[in-house]
Design a protein around this ligand. Structure first.
Ligand code: NAD
Ligand code: TDX
Length: 333
């Protein structure tokens, strides 16, 4: 039996990964999560008690982290402050969690010799032009734009340095935008779906022309598990599913699926420093592990996600009003 420590396991991608591990392995899971505003303990409902230990705590708490590493065979590090808009308004917690938190885990991995997988983002590479064949690869230079992506880039560089200087057994993945169930209503797709469910109009930043490369969260989980089990120590892998769409296209698709006029959205003030386009070349992952995404039809994945939000209002409703109040205070309504 393997015991896997998952940091940030009450967040969107962490909780989906925990479910994936439970369904696809015999692993026992310990979740370490501070339960910030972004977490939802209900995201782990139904995971059998005998396979899950939940610890509420901070990845920056060296004593707690040390104890958990001592009892773990592998660690997958999802915990982060993850929302760009928040990082523009209050960057401090991003430095604490994303940089100091990752440092704290690396020191524990160094002491205990624990296998560590670090979950990161394609945003560390900055952005691409809109009409360009280029995509990010493992050798793209780091060029982050926002406080969020700068702290994620910093955390990646710490992992690389701890690997080289101290031999920490780490791998890194940089993934494109995830969508699916249990994603906080502050994020683009859930915000628009829950707006429509509430009788509000979707909100597009700027002119809605920015492009994101969407991947279903289950495909992220399957890729991370492959890397955890078969990845070469010290290597970085890009995860993506060739899902480029402009934000406007995504909003129009949501409106269409939800039976609204295609132009029933508002253009609102743009995000400062808004990255134009992300696109990931995942050839290395596909070739080394014979990995392929299962959700290749974005519209089908989006329909299933819309159904999930329609059926699970209990999960998202408690956070909706506060999230929209924050957007209103920032003029993004
Ligand atoms: P999320 O905001 O939904 O979840 C983050 C989780 O981390 C929450 O449960 C929160 O309580 C926890 N957390 C925050 N600070 C903590 C701390 N100090 N100690 C312990 N736990 C803490 O984020 P997400 O969208 O699931 O992203 C997970 C990871 O994946 C992040 O590292 C993010 O950078 C990366 N990532 C996200 C995306 C995406 O599209 N969402 C894409 C690529 C990479
Ligand atoms: O209401 C909105 N309207 C809008 O047009 C919101 C919330 C967002 N947007 C735009 C901004 C982006 O171009 O939609 C796009 C996606 O926005 P987010 O969901 O905030 O994601 P993004 O900034 O692309 O970052 C996401 O992917 C990379 C995650 O939040 C990060 O954690 C991950 O690293």
């Amino acid at each position: 039996m393997r015991r896997v420590l998952v940091t940030g396991g009450a967040g969107f991608m962490g909780s989906n990964f925990v479910r994936y591990l439970i369904d696809h392995t015999d692993d026992h899971v310990t979740v370490l999560d501070r339960l910030t505003y972004a977490a939802n303990r209900g995201s782990l409902d139904g995971v059998p008690d005998e396979r899950l230990i939940f610890v509420q705590g901070d990845v920056g708490d060296a004593a707690a982290v040390d104890e958990l590493f001592a009892g773990s065979d592998a660690v997958v590090h999802f915990a982060a402050e993850s929302h760009n808009d928040n990082s523009l308004n209050d960057p401090r917690s991003f430095l604490d969690t994303n940089v100091v938190g990752t440092y704290t885990l690396l020191e524990a991995a160094r002491r205990h010799g624990t296998r560590l997988h670090h979950v990161s983002t394609d945003e560390v590479f900055g952005d691409l032009e809109l009409n360009d064949a280029a995509k990010f690869t493992e050798s793209s230079p780091y060029n982050p734009s926002s406080p969020y992506s700068a702290t994620k880039a910093s955390s990646d560089l710490l992992v690389r340095a701890w690997r080289r200087s101290f031999g920490v057994r780490a791998t890194i993945s940089n993934c494109s935008n995830n969508y699916g169930p249990y994603q906080h209503v502050e994020k683009f797709i859930p915000r628009q779906i829950t707006n429509v469910l509430r009788g509000l109009r979707p909100k597009l930043y700027g002119r809605g022309e920015n492009v994101r490369d969407w991947i279903h969260v289950d495909d992220h989980s399957s890729a991370v598990l492959r890397i955890l089990e078969n990845g070469e120590i010290g290597e970085t892998y890009l995860i993506g599913a060739d899902g480029e769409r402009s934000n406007r296209e995504v909003v129009e698709m949501i409106l269409e699926v939800m039976g609204q006029p295609l132009d029933a959205y508002d253009l609102v003030s743009d995000r400062a420093g808004h990255d134009l386009r992300y696109a990931v070349d995942s050839t290395k992952l596909r070739e080394e592990f014979d990995w392929a995404p299962r959700y290749r039809d974005f519209e089908a994945g989006l329909r299933a996600t819309i159904d999930w939000y329609r059926d699970n209002e209990w999960w998202w409703a408690p956070a909706k009003d506060a999230t929209e109040a924050l957007y209103a205070a920032r003029g993004q309504v």
